[in-house]
Design a protein around this ligand. Structure first.
Ligand code: FAD
Length: 461
């Protein structure tokens, strides 16, 4: 693997995942797209085009679609395919062939490479266990190099820190010191040999979103959404509206649930429809007040990339209570048998049948909108600790509902923030019943800070 000369994708973003040799005289460099489903500011795509140009070969893009992505349902798939269609159309406009394969990811890409004259494969980076496994399986099966290019965080995870960080305060300086260098625009490379007419075919045509969805055997139990439509242009619409509003007074206003005054960009980040570097630059260069810009960058870069740091360095435990610090384990052990003030079944919770109207409104917003403002996510999750009889069941229920309904669920942010409810990246607080030393959130606190009636009214519509 080489760092390509005079090129905006630098060595820190690159890793060769196997030790196979480049196939001399091969006809194609494949970009195996999985996480960065976009045609703009996608370092893996630009790297593949540039590599193909240097080798005097064609670049082609291959996406492998599976029916059973863990915990994904129709809501997520529709958004994914919308974004993928826009990416495929733009890639084709750039003269590059886009191929959609359907079936087990590693086997499919290895089969495609074997049957066609491919000299090397480039892919993008992901963090969760199954995504890592697909890449390592493909790395083993392929007879050609597999190079991974990191494009979904601003600062590559190992460059930001070489270990699991304890909290935002321990990673902030490290990451913010590097953010300028790593947020530069990735310049577009023109393919020297356009591949769009080469004779290669996939398993499915991507002519329409519904046409692809109809062919998939996916969980259809959760209804798709109108508010969030996938794709880079939709992501940019949300971002532009947010920038035009001067970041909506983010520093002070972001937590007010009734106002919902945030960027709504998390689903697009999750599906790789927009680059975090693009968001960072546009926010940083905007004329919004400094406190709002800094407040936003704290979330987009420090908190989001702390979540990536956690999932990357805790691959076996990021979705388990085992991952929380010792003080949190000890306090949960001590308070495990405290009497909970309520007891609801998972079904009652899912249907919003508690005696707290604000909590029920949050659950309704999750189910029907696939989204919740940040403060309501915290409040919603903290209450589940008091609604169930063990921490383990509270944790499992929260993660299950989070990943089932949120458009941005199943993300490093999901695992990290659900564990935050149980002490991850936090500190011990004054000891209380049920919560022990975990940070407490109560309905009284919610009422004191925010206009809860206005929130409930907003959700009622
Ligand atoms: C219990 C709980 C569960 C959560 N589940 C998810 C989830 O499944 N997926 C998800 O993406 N986020 C999750 N979050 C984090 C956060 O609430 C959302 O990222 C944010 O509300 C998304 O809205 P936005 O894009 O308008 O955010 P904005 O406030 O506009 O922030 C911009 C971006 O910064 C990042 N960000 C914001 N807040 C956080 C945070 N606390 N931690 C890490 N990154 C952050 C996100 O990428 C977000 O898109 C959860 C938080 C809690 C407390």
């Amino acid at each position: 693997m080489e760092e390509l000369k005079n090129f905006s994708v630098t060595a820190e973003r690159l890793q060769q995942l196997n030790d196979k040799e480049l196939k001399e005289g091969g006809k194609y460099v494949v970009y195996w797209m999985q996480e960065s489903m976009r045609a703009y500011e996608n370092p893996a795509l630009e790297y593949a085009i540039r590599w193909a140009n240097d080798l005097d070969t064609y670049c082609v893009v291959v996406f492998t679609l599976i029916d059973d992505f863990p915990e994904a349902n129709l809501r997520h798939y529709k958004f994914l395919i919308e974004g993928l269609k826009e990416a495929a159309d733009r890639i084709t406009e750039r003269g590059i062939k886009f191929i959609l394969l359907h079936g087990p990811r590693a086997e499919k890409i290895a089969g495609f490479v074997k049957e066609n004259d491919v000299c090397a494969v480039v892919t993008d980076r992901a963090y969760t266990r199954h995504e890592r496994k697909w890449r390592s399986d493909a790395a083993d099966k392929l007879e050609v190099p597999l190079v991974q290019v990191e494009g979904n965080v601003v600062v590559p995870v190992e460059t930001a820190s070489d270990k699991q960080e304890y909290a935002a305060r321990t990673i902030r300086k490290k990451i913010m010191g590097k953010v300028e260098a790593f947020s530069q625009e990735v310049t577009e490379t023109k393919p020297d040999k356009p591949s769009k007419r080469v004779h290669l075919s996939g398993d499915m045509e991507l002519n329409s979103v519904s046409g692809v969805l109809d062919q998939l055997k996916v969980d259809r139990g959760v209804k798709p959404l109108d508010e969030f439509v996938g794709g880079t242009s939709e992501a940019r619409k949300h971002l532009t509206a947010f920038l035009r509003s001067d970041l909506k007074g983010y520093a002070d206003g972001r937590l007010e649930p009734a106002e919902d005054a945030t960027s709504h960009i998390s689903p697009y980040l999750h599906f790789g429809h927009i680059s975090p570097c693009e968001i960072y630059r546009k926010v940083n260069d905007s004329s919004a007040p400094k406190s709002d810009r800094e407040g936003y960058i704290e979330e987009l870069v420090v908190r989001r990339e702390l979540a990536h740091n956690f999932v990357w360095y805790a691959p076996d435990t990021y979705d388990s209570l085992e991952a929380v610090p010792d003080w949190a384990q000890e306090t949960m052990e001590k308070h495990e048998s405290d009497k909970r003030p309520h007891h609801y079944t998972r079904e009652e919770l899912e249907n919003g049948k508690t005696d707290d109207e604000a909590w029920n409104a949050a659950m309704k917003e999750m189910r029907e909108r696939g989204f919740l403002p940040n403060y309501m996510r915290m409040y919603w999750g903290k209450q589940i600790i008091t609604y169930t009889n063990t921490y383990q069941y509270a944790y499992e229920t929260t993660l299950y509902l989070n990943n089932k309904y949120f458009m941005d669920g199943r993300d490093p942010n999901s695992y990290t923030n659900v564990l935050w409810l149980f002490g991850l990246h936090d500190r011990g607080w004054t000891e209380r019943d049920v919560f022990g030393k975990l940070r407490t959130m109560t309905r009284g606190g919610l009422d004191r800070k925010y206009d809860v009636e206005a929130y409930i009214e907003r959700v009622k519509g």
